[in-house]
Design a protein around this ligand. Structure first.
Ligand SMILES: C[S@@+](CC[C@H](N)C(=O)[O-])C[C@H]1O[C@@H](n2cnc3c(N)ncnc32)[C@H](O)[C@@H]1O
Length: 199
């Protein structure tokens, strides 16, 4: 499903005059920011399938050393050094063609998730994609008993965390200028939500 949105460069927004390119990338490179890379397992694996994309992993500072280890093993030429990014704090002064974040909105507080959406949107080019992977609720309901149990576990650990409502996410995306492109069913009761910043 990620391929459907990112594989063909034609699916990605055209580079615009707003494009800010750092010194390690060419002007024709699509820039993707991964938010909350965790161990770095996605940044170590996925970019090989998207050679046209410059993949920028990020997470809060304490995760960067672990991400570097995964990236050193993978040695993908189109992956950047991981960036320290707490969504509640300073974002890079750059716009991206795509944002990807897996299994993060239910770990963050709802307030942090709202900031992530608003700031993410502000750092996307017009036409850019915001891809969210993870569990979501629909109509106020868990989509499985295992997600309900997972949510209990999350909230026992951190009461501010919890599985977010799809409708809440979509409303915040809409408010930030993005529209839903697709909502894919994924294994283990997860979803891949694809939003696009309106032109
Ligand atoms: C469950 S892990 C997911 C890691 C990885 N994306 C994956 O799917 O394996 C959640 C990640 O969200 C990150 N995270 C939590 N709050 C954050 C914040 N305020 N800003 C940036 N990342 C945050 C955590 O540091 C953690 O790496």
């Amino acid at each position: 499903m990620l391929q459907r949105h990112l594989q063909l460069s034609g699916d990605l927004p055209a580079l615009s005059s707003q494009t800010s390119v750092n010194s390690t990338t060419s002007a024709n490179t699509y820039q993707l920011l991964e938010i909350g890379s965790g161990t770095g397992q996605h940044a170590a694996y996925l970019p090989q399938f998207f050679p046209h994309i410059h993949w920028q992993p990020s997470d809060v500072a304490e995760h960067l050393a672990g991400i570097r280890l995964w990236l050193a093993d993978a040695a993908q030429p189109n992956v950047a050094e991981p960036l320290a990014l707490d969504v509640r704090s300073h974002w890079p002064e750059q716009r991206f063609h795509a944002l990807f974040s897996a299994n993060t909105l239910h770990i963050m507080s709802q307030n942090s998730a709202a900031i992530c959406i608003a700031q993410g949107a502000a750092h996307l080019h017009d036409g850019g994609l915001f891809l969210l992977y993870g569990p979501f609720n629909y109509g106020g309901q868990f989509t499985s008993a295992s997600n309900a149990r997972f949510n209990d576990w999350l909230q026992a650990r951190d009461p501010a965390s919890g599985i977010r409502d799809f409708e809440w996410v979509e409303a915040h995306m809409q408010q930030a200028g993005l529209s839903l492109l697709a909502d894919h069913s994924m294994p283990a009761n997860n979803r891949l939500l694809a939003f696009q910043k309106r032109l």
